[in-house]
Design a binder for this molecule. Structure first.
Ligand code: NAP
Length: 279
């Protein structure tokens, strides 16, 4: 499985990981089996959140006998992100996940509490060994600048943002900012959260054609495109083992320049929106 350095952590992390939002709406055994299949196929980066219902408990079961091999990420909701609240939320996530530390802990989106408070809470946890690193999610460049000014260099591990074929807004400014600062860019909802391009559409046919040439699927082609740039990661979610294995395979799929250009032409990044899109 192709891996790259995860921002300030310098830890080598697979470019394709596993999301867990709504994984608790599938049959529990199937969900655990899918996460295990993904792990066996090399997707050892698992993304979860205190907000994802029963997902952390499902992850706990899936990683119980292989915690050391997993790069485990969870998130605090903005409403809990005071200095003390971050500590409380982290402790609760650790308990639900059945572990004593997170590899990365994220602020789910910018919220009402002062960023200084949240970052102080993250740094407390890092010093206490409860988290290896911390990062942000749904942060546009203005908020990223503020976070960098508070935390200083080499502190923000990643920014997790919406990134799929029909939503490439982050390529305008967020991704270049992350590249400049050595911050990993983790793209979420790589399949549009279930709204994948129709195979009968012109873009869908292009994906099909590229997939056929590589003996793979349009989904894998999308993941390869979304991780083509340095410093980028993606975290598809599936509660089906076969799909998890298929998604993992995309890490070893290399698209040629002409293929990238064709995808780019059918799924253009469009103009820069005023606000960073998020789900
Ligand atoms: P997604 O990964 O874009 O899409 C998931 C959907 O695609 C599910 O319906 C899944 O169905 C299906 N799927 C997965 N692999 C497939 C394949 N190979 N072929 C066909 N269908 C496939 O959606 P997402 O869950 O919104 O995003 C991924 C992760 O990003 C989340 O789970 C979460 O961890 C993270 N996220 C973060 C934020 C944030 O604010 N930071 C927001 C949204 C999401 P099955 O499960 O039935 O296979």
């Amino acid at each position: 499985m192709y891996a790259r350095s995860f921002g300030a952590t310098r830890v080598s992390v697979p470019v394709i990981g596993q999301g867990t939002w709504h994984i608790d709406s599938a049959d529990r055994k199937d969900a655990i089996r899918a996460l295990r299949a993904g792990l066996d196929a090399g997707m050892s980066h698992i993304d979860t959140a205190e907000m994802y219902g029963d997902a952390e408990a499902i992850v706990a079961e899936a990683i119980a006998d292989c915690r050391e091999e997993v790069f485990l990420v969870s998130k605090v909701v903005p409403g809990n992100a005071t200095r003390r609240g971050v500590a409380r939320s982290c402790e609760a996530s650790l308990t639900r996940l059945g572990t004593d530390r997170l590899d990365c802990y994220l602020l789910h989106w910018p919220g009402q509490h002062a960023l200084e408070e949240t970052i102080a809470g993250f740094e407390d946890l890092r010093r206490a060994g409860k988290i290896l690193s911390w990062g942000l999610s749904n942060f546009d460049v203005g908020d990223l600048d503020r976070a960098l000014a508070i935390a200083g260099p080499d502190r923000i591990a990643c920014n997790q943002v919406l990134y799929h074929l029909n939503e490439r807004a982050i390529e305008h400014a967020v991704l270049p900012w992350c590249e400049r600062q050595g911050v990993a860019m983790v793209g979420y909802s790589p399949f549009g959260s279930g709204d994948f391009p129709d195979p009968a559409s012109p873009g869908g046919r292009v994906l099909d054609g590229i997939a056929a040439a590589h003996g793979t699927t349009p989904y894998a082609v999308a993941l390869a495109f979304l991780t083509r740039l340095s410093g980028t990661f993606t975290i598809p979610k599936s509660s089906r083992s076969g799909r998890a294995v298929e998604n993992a395979g995309a890490a070893d799929l290399h698209l040629g320049a002409a293929e990238v250009a064709m995808i780019d032409a059918h799924f253009p990044r469009g103009p820069r929106p005023r606000m960073l899109p998020m789900l």
